[in-house]
Design a protein around this ligand. Structure first.
Ligand SMILES: Cc1ncc(C[n+]2csc(CCOP(=O)(O)OP(=O)(O)O)c2C)c(N)n1
Ligand SMILES: [Mg+2]
Length: 371
């Protein structure tokens, strides 16, 4: 990330001026890129079962991702947004949530969705163009992914307002991208979350890019976390490729929100390893060196090394895990490919309560009148 320095002259105060307010944006990291601990880690990081469970979830997501891209390339899936490289933050915030909390995310959050209980088949169904893939059997109240950028942020504030009105100890967790944090919807949501002291956590996934637009061309703000300050809520930046920091900081924010302490913005620094979607070719706008440097920060390798350094994980465990993830993914793909396609009439039937006459005509043209 390139920090844009403030104008030096602006910092020299004339005598009549004093500082009206000062703010700090903390940064948290426990596991550095060489898998060494920085400072005292939280308790869960010392528990092999917990850490292995997180690693398994991140690995399943990575393997699913590669398969989804291959399916798209062979005409068996629609446009798909890769989440490779972003597994730590996704699994981090999802694993810090309670089952009763509600997740509102952008596309690219498959690692979090899988943790919440969305199935591989549901993901394939959705990205295969069938909206029924969003009718999650398990996280019934989690929202379908938001493709219109930042639209889930005001919805998250609304969900949090409902929790507060009903006096339910639940939290809305909203994940959105660096690009989304430049949108009005985001600022409005932060404002509402601050003034109404809402139980909502905004996780800004700063993966460096909004399609082809690099982070430094989107905003002159030094951090994205500092946007919280304008709304009167805390903002913190974390190493989003460090699963320990991701889970811990999200857990702290979710806990604070649940106990009436209000909202938080967490900026997670990560990197989008793949293309924006399968409809993109990132090699046209970013250099290979940048991507190979980012691979050195890979969250999966970092956690694997952490586990291996503690003798919690062997080569055999790794081989077994990969084989079992592949099996799960293959069996989900087989099930997905057998699903009957949705009826073209659905797009008319589920958009309006009463179909406008012009669309009634289109519907007949399209479906021949059948449901
Ligand atoms: C309201 C709206 N405007 C524009 C788009 C087109 N669009 C799709 S993805 C994207 C970039 C989003 O970047 P970011 O929020 O950083 O998320 P990322 O794709 O990096 O995960 C844009 C502008 C859209 N989907 N919705
Ligand atoms: Mg982005």
């Amino acid at each position: 990330m390139v920090a844009i320095p403030l104008n030096e002259k602006a910092l020299k105060l004339p005598e009549q001026e004093r500082i009206a307010a000062e703010f700090e944006i903390p940064y948290r990291q426990y596991l550095d890129p060489s898998a060494q601990l920085v400072g005292e880690p939280p308790e869960f990081a010392r528990n092999p079962d917990t850490m292995i469970t997180l690693y398994r979830a991140m690995t399943l997501s990575r393997i699913f991702d590669a398969k989804a891209i291959a399916l798209q390339r062979t005409g068996q899936l629609g446009t798909y947004p890769s989440s490779s490289g972003q597994e730590a933050i996704g699994v981090g915030y999802a694993s810090a949530m309670a089952a009763c909390d509600v997740m509102l995310t952008t596309y690219r959050e498959q690692p979090a969705q899988l943790w919440r209980g969305v199935t591989l088949v549901e993901l394939l169904r959705f990205w295969g163009g069938d909206e029924r893939g969003s009718d999650f059997a398990v996280p019934r109240e989690d929202f379908p992914v938001a493709v219109p950028i930042a639209s889930q942020a005001p919805q998250a504030a609304g969900v949090a307002a409902a929790f507060k009105l009903r006096k339910e100890p639940r939290v809305a967790v909203c994940a959105l991208g660096d690009g989304a944090s430049s949108k009005g919807d985001f600022y409005e949501s932060i404002n509402l979350a601050g003034v109404w002291r809402l139980p909502v956590v905004f996780v800004v996934i700063n993966n460096g890019w909004a399609i082809s637009l690099p982070r430094e061309k989107q905003t002159a703000a030094e951090t994205l976390a500092q946007k919280a300050i304008a709304g009167g809520i805390p903002g913190i930046q974390i190493d989003g490729n460090d699963i320990i920091a991701a889970r811990q900081v999200c857990g702290e924010a979710i806990g604070r929100a649940r106990s009436g302490g209000g909202a938080t913005v967490i900026e997670a620094i990560t990197f989008r390893m793949g293309d924006h979607t399968t409809a993109d070719d990132a090699s046209r706008y970013r250099k290979e060196e940048l991507v190979s440097a980012a691979w050195k920060l890979d969250p999966l390798a970092r956690l694997r090394n952490y586990l291996a350094n503690r003798q919690w994980w062997t080569k055999g465990d790794e081989e077994q895990l990969i084989a079992s993830c592949r099996e799960q993914v293959e069996s989900a793909v087989a099930e997905y490919l057998k699903l009957p396609p949705p009826s073209p009439g659905d797009m008319f039937d589920y958009l309006f309560e009463t179909l406008p006459p012009a669309l009634e005509w289109q519907r007949k043209q399209f479906t021949g009148g059948s449901r």
